[in-house]
Design a protein around this ligand. Structure first.
Ligand code: AMP
Ligand code: MG
Length: 423
């Protein structure tokens, strides 16, 4: 795909042959957004405890061999397999993890050895204790291990100078342990991404106040708070803003001035009170799309000043679906993460028939469960309206039905994306 600028796309959508803002496929929208993203420039040094969920801004090279000495992988007896004459060996001492045996082991001798203990000089093999009969200071090998068995060699896990973690890697619990195992106390990471968000709509009421007819509680800011928390970004919650052009303008400019990313919900469809579109066109370069998907048809993406802007639909399920399908990976990429593919998908059997129109991608809320034989299967949560937020709470996955799929019979294979455990 060539890279037209945002303003070219907005002023002349036909500058790209197959670009149609009124029917934008999900994958294409994703690619469009991707080409305008850059990681934040600034980095900071963090201790290991502070670095969980952050993205490395440096390659980490192993400062040593891991392990850095040959050691036993099992509890047993260390001896030299080359000079073995029979099956009997004399025990001449003990080697503990952290307390080595300092002598040299001759032919027909062995050392009692614990897991992790350094291999004594003269030994190359460990017989596990279960395969040994001990009588006083003598052992008999009931089975002769292969030479070099049950030994972990220096550098077997990582070699000195080897790149262990690359810049762009998002640090998970295993990585903190790995860094600690290398004796590395601090790393350079990209700074936290700043994300400002607000809801729009005259009908929105803050929790804690009574609801009048025609009003709804502002739930989108809470799902957004939850999803953004998982990503570990710095959040600026600017509240629920009424459909008042001046208030919206002030809030939008305030958000764009202090954040890397601005996210709003509501006000990007074509309702009468949707002032957001006008403001966005006035102050930024924003593309408005009708995405060929359900839920989540209207979506806006662009820039307001230096800030990236995502205008999500107002409906509560649509907010979550568009966040997971577009915003999540965009934020990860701006956080510095090197590879930011969409959520992984795999195929399972759906036990219920599904009604679906071909021509758009649907993200139905699904429940993955195991049947009586222990096989994973999926079924939809029930009613799939884009305002039915309880469907998201019930679901543990999205059932992703792409554009080519129409009605499905029970037993059809469908693609699912896990919701549990994602960030
Ligand atoms: P809109 O996109 O502004 O036309 O809103 C579409 C629907 O989503 C309307 O029914 C709104 O009441 C609802 N909605 C918009 N914002 C929120 C919000 N923050 N919390 C809950 N529902 C919302
Ligand atoms: Mg609205």
């Amino acid at each position: 795909m060539t890279k037209p600028s945002l303003s070219q796309l907005i002023s002349d959508p036909s500058c790209m042959d197959d670009y149609d803002p009124n029917s934008m496929p999900v994958d294409k929208a994703r690619l469009f957004i991707k080409q305008f993203l850059e990681p934040v420039a600034e980095t900071e040094t963090l201790t290991l405890h502070a670095s969980l969920g952050r993205v490395l801004a440096q390659d980490i090279l192993s400062p040593a061999n891991v392990p850095n000495y040959d050691n036993s992988a099992m509890d047993g007896y260390a001896f030299n397999a080359q000079s073995l004459n029979g099956q009997q060996l004399k025990v001449i001492g003990t080697a503990f993890a952290g307390k080595a045996f300092n002598g040299t082991v001759a032919a027909d001798e062995c050392v009692r050895i614990m897991t992790g203990a350094a291999m004594p000089e003269g030994t190359d093999t460990v017989a596990i204790q279960e395969k040994v009969l001990r009588d006083g200071d003598t052992i008999t090998l009931s089975e002769i291990p292969k030479p070099q068995a049950n030994v972990r060699y220096a550098g077997e896990d990582l070699k000195h100078g080897q790149c262990v973690l690359s810049a762009g890697h998002l640090l998970r619990p295993a990585d903190l342990g790995l860094l600690a195992s290398l004796g590395i106390p601090a790393i350079k990471a990209y700074r936290k991404l700043k994300v400002a968000f607000f809801s729009t709509g005259d009908e929105l009421v803050a929790i804690g106040k009574p609801l009048a007819t025609g009003q709804v509680y502002d739930s989108n800011r809470y799902t957004l708070f939850g999803m953004l928390s998982r990503l570990g970004v710095e959040m600026i919650d600017l509240g629920a803003i009424a459909d008042d052009p001046q208030l919206l303008e002030h809030t939008l400019l305030n958000a764009a001035a202090q954040a890397d990313v601005v996210i709003t919900s509501g006000g990007v469809s074509v309702g009468e009170a949707d002032y957001m579109k006008e403001l966005l066109s006035k102050h930024g370069q924003v593309m408005f799309w009708k995405i060929a998907m359900k839920p989540g048809r209207p979506l806006a993406y662009g820039k307001i000043g230096k800030a990236h802007y995502f205008g999500l639909p107002g409906n509560p399920v649509a907010v979550m679906v568009t966040f997971y399908q577009f915003v999540r990976e965009a934020l990860l990429s701006m956080m510095g993460k090197a590879a930011t593919p969409a959520l992984p998908m795999f195929k399972v059997e759906c036990t219920t028939p599904i009604k679906k129109l071909a021509g758009r991608t649907e993200f139905q809320r699904g429940i993955l469960f195991t049947d009586d034989c222990g096989t994973w299967k999926v079924k939809p949560t029930g009613a799939q309206g884009s305002a039915i937020l309880s469907s998201m709470s019930l679901a543990n996955c999205f059932i992703v039905l792409d554009e080519s799929v129409g009605n499905l019979d029970a037993g059809a294979l469908v693609q699912v994306q896990l919701l549990d455990g994602i960030i």
